[in-house]
Each structure stands twice: as structure tokens, then as C-alpha cells.
Design a protein around this ligand. Structure first.
Ligand code: AMP
Ligand code: GLY
Length: 425
């Protein structure tokens, strides 16, 4: 069968790699793809901001299955658009994706279904916000309602700075666009876990848990990024805690969406804060995480396409998952300047020798193929990913492999997995 993957990052490269391992898959087409995906699949141009462009790709390619990587296409209704034309597509409808695309929607949903989350208020004017702030103690978290690529969350140490941040969101000086709704939230302290599940709208099955590193700097300092590295181990969550999260968070979410007639089919990514009073939902994403997907899929031993088709066909309850024991890690190599401005088009060397380490996969996050040479093409450039019997082994392999790679200004964090490594000591 032929599979179409929409997207162009490390997540989509890992998806293409995993899909190609399925015996039933004969061809993978990536739209638009990147330099790494072009080495394992056929890439075709597509504008992920345009439904017409993506529909035209599907009409031309006639895939048996389409997998949507990023949130942008979901937010404009790519799943609805393709389904209405008879295509089989994996991902939530535009309405179901609101769990990610509107923080206000997500918070109200969580409250309606009594799913644990931070206390909050939704405000649609500065005066409403000023009043709501009286109910909160600093630190206060201020969030833009809509998609903001990680830039829409501001941690404020006082009510005054919270008000300033909110004003910046309302007037558009902070994100460039004027926000109509703002969520303010109590600050939650704890460790973050990325808890990703697959759902067919009724059944929900967890993937292996992962921990992302969102800040650019070592020791979790500096500005937020899309994610600078991630790891997954069996011990990140014990069985009891996993079950608790399924019972109190994942299942009620899927059940609630079904009851409200917006069944959620796709990847439910639950961003959790493990607080003193138990796991709390920080956010939902309606898609695979990046770089979580890279670390999760290298541990998947069963067939990804079988699982995805079971979601699309509403028979996930019958599907078995097999995972490798041990651990995996993925370290992001980024361009100098990221998450601010950066150069692109810089030649990358050492990719072939980087691949020779056992258990290593070098997924491309932002690269392009220019005259036969792989060059940088994004802020996050590579996701160097490895499996291991232990987290230490997975990390050693990923870092050894990274040691072979170079491009001008290449930056990566040397402390991926630091929380788990500290716990192990
Ligand atoms: P979000 O897009 O809502 O996940 O927020 C992005 C990041 O901001 C999260 O991954 C957390 O690191 C942080 N964050 C969001 N909400 C809170 C909160 N209520 N308390 C503490 N940190 C938060
Ligand atoms: N790694 C965080 C995300 O995919 O949103």
C-alpha cells in the first residue's frame, strides 16, 4: 500500500522510517518532506498552510492512507477535507483538534470532565483579566489561546508582569497577532512528562512515555524551543502511575470527546506536570510530538501502520503493541541562533559515519538536499536518536554519533536525560 505523510520535520522523518518497516507498505510519499526523507521516500511539494494544495497532492497520489504530522494542517481541517473526498486519513477532525488549537476550549473541557489541571481563568479583555488576576498568587502563567509554536506561554513572577504580558498578547505586540482570549493559570511545579496515546475515538492506548527538554540551554535555562532532546525509558512512569493517568486523564478525555460528538481519532499527546498533588494536564496536542516521536518510534517493535489503520477503522481495542525494553534518546542539533534567527543552507558533514553506530538513527528535522549535498534548512536540524539497553547506553550512542556530524554553528545540549541520570545515582 501507498502511504502519504504530510510534514517536513524530524517527527515526519521518523514516521516515514517506521512506516517503511511495515511489510504491507510498498511506497511512502512525503509532502513536502526534507533532505533526510528524500533519501528514503519520494518527496513532493506541498503548502501545508493550504487545504487546496494538500488535497491536490492526495488527488494526484491516491494514497491508501494519509498521516498528518504537524498541527497546522489539522487546525485548518485537513482531515475533514480529505475524508469528505473519500481518503483514509489518520488525525483528528478540525473540531477535535481544538484540544490543541484552543487552550480555552481545552481548559473548559478539562473542567467539564473533572480531569486534573491547573486552576485557570479565561479572559477576553484587559479589564476582565485584571479582575481575574486578584484570584491568583504569583508566579502566574499567561497563555495565548491559539497555536503559537511554543511562544504563547509566559511565566510571570508578579501580577503586574502578568498584566503586562497579557496586554502584549491582547494588543499583538508579543506574538504579532492580537489574541482575543487569554488563559491565566496557576503555576505548577514538578517534572514534565509527555504521555502520548493513540485513539480510534473510543479506545485509547498509551505509547511509551517520554520526557522532552524544552529550553535551549543546559540545565533547562534560556528560552523555550520546540524541544532540544528527549528520552524514553521503562522507568519514567511506573505501571501504577501509568494506569492512574489512563484512568483519570486519557480515558475520560476520549470518552468526553465522544460524548460531545467530536470523537478524537489520532494521537492524543497529553503534556503532564507531575506535581505534589498528582499528575495535572498542562496541555493537549492533537498530534505526535517532536522530538518525542523520534524516541518513541525507535522503541516500537510492532507495526505502526497496523496500529494507525486500526485507529482509522475503529478497532484499536484488537491491536497489540510491542516495545523494546530499555531506553531511547534523541538529541537535537540546532542552528546557531535558534530559537531566534538563524542561517540556512549550510553544508552538513559526517552524516554517513554518524549512522554506523549500533542502534542509531539520524532523523532530519530541518534539512534540504541541494545539488546532492545535505544542507541545513531549519532551526532544529537533526534528531540523532538511539536505542539502548539502558538510558546511559542510548545517550552514549547518540552523543558518539553526534560527534561525527558538523555544520557551521552546530549547537546541542549535552545534558539530555539529566533528570533520569540524576535519579539513577
Ligand atoms: P503549553 O504550551 O501549555 O504546554 O506550555 C508550554 C510550556 O510552558 C509547558 O511545557 C511548561 O513547561 C510550561 N507551562 C505551561 N503551563 C504551565 C503551568 N501551569 N505551570 C508551569 N509551567 C507551565
Ligand atoms: N515536543 C513538544 C511538542 O511536540 O509539542
Amino acid at each position: 500500500m501507498k502511504v502519504l505523510i504530510l510534514g517536513s520535520g524530524g517527527r515526519e522523518h521518523a514516521l516515514a522510517w517506521s512506516v517503511l518497516r511495515s511489510k504491507r507498505v510498498t511506497e511512502v510519499v512525503c509532502a513536502p518532506g526534507n533532505g533526510g526523507m528524500a533519501q528514503i521516500a519520494r518527496c513532493v511539494p506541498a503548502d501545508l498552510k493550504s487545504l487546496d494544495s494538500m488535497v491536490a497532492v492526495a488527488e494526484a497520489e491516491r494514497p491508501a492512507l494519509t498521516i498528518v504530522g504537524p498541527e497546522g494542517p489539522l487546525s485548518i481541517g485537513i482531515v475533514d477535507a480529505l475524508q469528505s473526498r473519500g481518503f483514509r486519513v489518520f488525525g483528528p477532525s478540525r473540531e477535535a483538534a481544538m484540544l490543541e488549537t484552543s487552550k480555552g476550549f481545552a481548559k473548559r473541557f478539562l473542567q467539564r470532565h473533572q480531569i486534573p489541571t491547573a486552576r485557570y481563568a479565561i479572559c477576553s479583555s484587559p479589564s476582565e483579566l485584571e479582575k481575574a488576576l486578584e484570584m491568583f498568587h504569583a508566579p502566574i502563567v499567561v497563555k495565548a489561546d491559539g497555536l503559537a509554536a511554543g511562544k504563547g506561554v509566559i511565566l510571570c513572577q508578579s501580577r503586574k508582569t502578568a498584566l503586562e504580558a497579557a496586554n502584549g498578547l491582547f494588543t499583538g505586540t508579543l506574538l504579532g497577532e492580537q489574541e482575543r482570549q487569554i488563559v491565566i493559570e496557576e503555576f505548577l511545579a514538578g517534572e514534565e512528562i509527555s504521555f502520548l496515546c493513540l485513539s480510534d475515538g473510543k479506545t485509547v492506548v498509551p505509547l511509551v512515555p517520554a520526557q522532552d527538554h524544552k529550553r535551549i540551554g543546559e540545565g533547562d535555562t534560556g528560552p523555550n524551543t520546540g524541544g532540544m532532546g528527549v528520552y524514553s525509558t521503562d522507568t519514567l512512569l511506573d505501571a501504577g502511575m501509568s494506569e492512574w493517568i489512563m484512568h483519570h486523564i486519557a480515558q475520560p478525555t476520549i470518552l468526553g470527546m465522544a460524548e460531545e460528538e467530536t470523537p478524537f481519532v489520532g494521537v492524543l499527546y497529553i503534556g503532564l506536570m507531575m506535581t505534589a498533588r498528582g499528575p495535572q494536564v498542562l496541555e493537549f496536542n492533537a498530534r505526535f510530538g517532536d522530538p518525542e516521536t523520534q524516541a518513541i518510534l525507535v522503541r516500537l517493535e510492532s507495526d505502526l501502520v497496523d496500529a494507525i489503520e486500526a485507529c482509522v477503522d475503529g478497532r484499536l481495542a484488537e491491536t497489540e503493541f510491542r516495545w523494546s525494553r530499555g531506553a531511547s534518546a534523541s538529541v537535537i542539533a540546532s542552528s546557531a541562533g535558534y530559537p531566534g534567527a538563524y542561517k540556512t543552507g549550510l553544508p552538513i558533514t559526517g552524516l554517513d559515519s554518524a549512522r554506523r553506530f549500533p542502534g542509531v538513527e539520524v532523523f532530519h528535522s530541518g534539512t534540504a538536499l541541494a545539488n546532492g549535498q545535505i544542507v541545513t534548512g531549519g532551526g532544529r536540524v537533526l534528531s540523532v536518536t538511539a536505542v539502548g539497553d539502558s538510558l546511559q547506553q542510548a545517550l552514549d550512542r547518540a552523543y558518539q554519533s553526534l560527534g561525527e556530524i558538523n555544520f557551521e554553528g552546530m549547537y546541542y545540549r549535552h545534558d539530555i536525560g539529566h533528570r533520569a541520570m540524576r535519579r539513577a545515582k
